[in-house]
Ligand binder design. Structure first.
Ligand code: MEV
Length: 439
């Protein structure tokens, strides 16, 4: 039944749906219905979404929730989160509420440096290349002026261009390692345009450089591309309070709670199997805000995990300490974000999310996102070292199970009540539903 196709992108949306239904699904009519069901009746809005990517068939929904009561640097935020995992928004909200009465979250921007590289092959010595680079460096910058002038008006631009010798890794391999300030833009297009211009100038100048041999004049540019590793585009978020204020509604004492939290973080610092899950929990919070604000979660994910492994082994992004009776819990991570450009002006929900966040600058968004990650990790560790994760997790997952089992609204109401005092599992929910129906 499966098939290949030529010119698929040229088909109309309906024709694409017909083709996929005919060749790739078991019930073509049901496929067509479901794909159309998710179209928006507002044709303009639908067209906007159709044009975000190639070969759009329909829209793919995720819930957009709000975690309120985040006190960040003494201001309140309600944080929009787009995510499918049932417990994430609840956990963030719970952590926000916990820290609201304990001084809230404090944040700091450590740096905003973005990076891009021109990777090239030069069949000559580093000394000769350095002399050439020193001569043409100013031209690299001036030839990119048409690209940089607007960014410069906003206080950004190229901050450095460095020649790097990588011949110990690959024969004749050198780089222009370039850094940028992109203000409120994530800056991917700006950086890539600058880099491609640098590459052009580099090749053209080499052709003219009289001290190069004929072979050396042929600089071979392999690629010019930004780096999603931005270890100097860094933000820190922190919470702290006297240990005595950590009093929980759980059975354990504040001292024991603080100690267990520290141990949980220590384990994630030395044990990669745990660190990955620990950081996954942080990314639950980070990605949800990144998605809601139309930022690139793949870029952030790649950069964050590289940062977590920067010292040679993968470790926790958060840290915790107890000093002089004060419990401190913090997170430091790289985030290249934008609040202008990209989807921010196009997607109505992204615009709304940014409005809810009081139209933040990119720096402010970095701070909010870092706080969401820290809150998420605090909530996860707090459950893990006290009740265990499943209690809260399964409570939140209950609705998904009941929906899967086809429970009606009235049945759900009864069963949610029932599971307030009973342990949730798929089987337990199935059994309770049977019992309810037969009673
Ligand atoms: C689940 O999505 C995330 C957690 O596993 C994170 C953690 O273990 O720290 C709960």
């Amino acid at each position: 039944m499966t098939a290949s196709v030529k010119g698929f992108s040229k088909l109309s949306k309906t024709q694409k749906i017909d083709w996929i239904a005919q060749h790739y699904t078991h019930d073509p009519e049901a496929t067509k219905t479901i794909l159309r069901q998710y179209w928006n009746s507002d044709l303009e809005l639908q067209r906007l979404h159709d044009e975000f990517i190639e070969n759009t068939l329909t829209n793919y929904y995720l819930p957009l929730g709000i975690a309120p009561n985040f006190l960040i640097n003494n201001s309140y935020y309600a944080i929009p989160m787009a995510i499918e995992e049932s417990s994430v928004v609840a956990a963030a909200s719970k952590a926000a509420k916990f820290w609201e009465t304990r001084g809230g979250f404090k944040t700091k921007i450590i740096g905003t440096e973005k990076v891009g590289q021109v990777h090239f092959i030069f069949p000559g010595s580093y000394q000769k290349l350095t002399a050439f680079f020193t001569t043409i460096k100013g031209n690299l910058v001036s030839a990119a002026k048409t690209i940089t002038q607007n960014m410069e008006k906003r206080g950004g631009g190229i901050t450095a261009i460095e020649l790097r010798d990588k011949t110990h890794l690959i024969a004749n391999y050198y780089q222009l390692h370039c850094t940028f300030e992109t203000q409120d833009a994530m800056g991917a297009n700006f950086i890539n345009s600058c880099l491609e211009q640098f590459a052009e100038t580099l090749k053209a100048e080499a052709q003219q450089y009289s001290l190069f041999s004929a072979e050396e004049k042929e600089i071979d540019v392999v690629m010019s591309i930004l780096s999603n590793y931005v270890p100097r585009c860094l933000v820190r978020a922190e919470v702290s309070c006297p240990i005595a204020n950590l009093q929980e509604d759980t059975a354990i004492s504040p001292e024991e709670f603080a100690q267990k939290m520290i141990q949980a973080v220590q384990i994630a610092q030395v044990e990669p199997f745990r660190a990955v899950t620990h950081n996954k929990g942080i990314m639950n919070g980070i990605d949800a805000v990144i998605l809601a604000t139309g930022n690139d979660f793949r870029a952030v994910e790649a950069g964050v995990h590289a940062y977590a492994a920067r010292n040679g082994s993968y470790r926790s992004l958060t840290d915790a300490s107890v000093e002089n009776g004060i419990f401190k819990f913090w997170l430091e991570l790289p985030l290249a974000l934008g609040t202008v450009g990209g989807l921010t002006r196009l997607h109505p929900l992204v615009k709304l999310a940014l409005e809810i966040l009081q139209k933040p600058s990119a720096k402010e968004l970095m701070e909010i996102v870092a706080v969401a990650g820290l809150a998420q990790n605090f909530a996860a560790l707090r459950s893990l070292v006290t009740t265990g994760i499943q209690q809260g997790h399964m409570k939140m997952h209950l609705l998904n199970i009941l929906n899967q089992l086809g429970a009606s609204t009235a049945e759900k109401e009864v069963l949610i009540n029932h599971f307030k005092t009973n342990t949730v599992s798929h089987n337990a929910a199935l059994e309770a539903l049977h019992q309810l129906r037969s009673s």
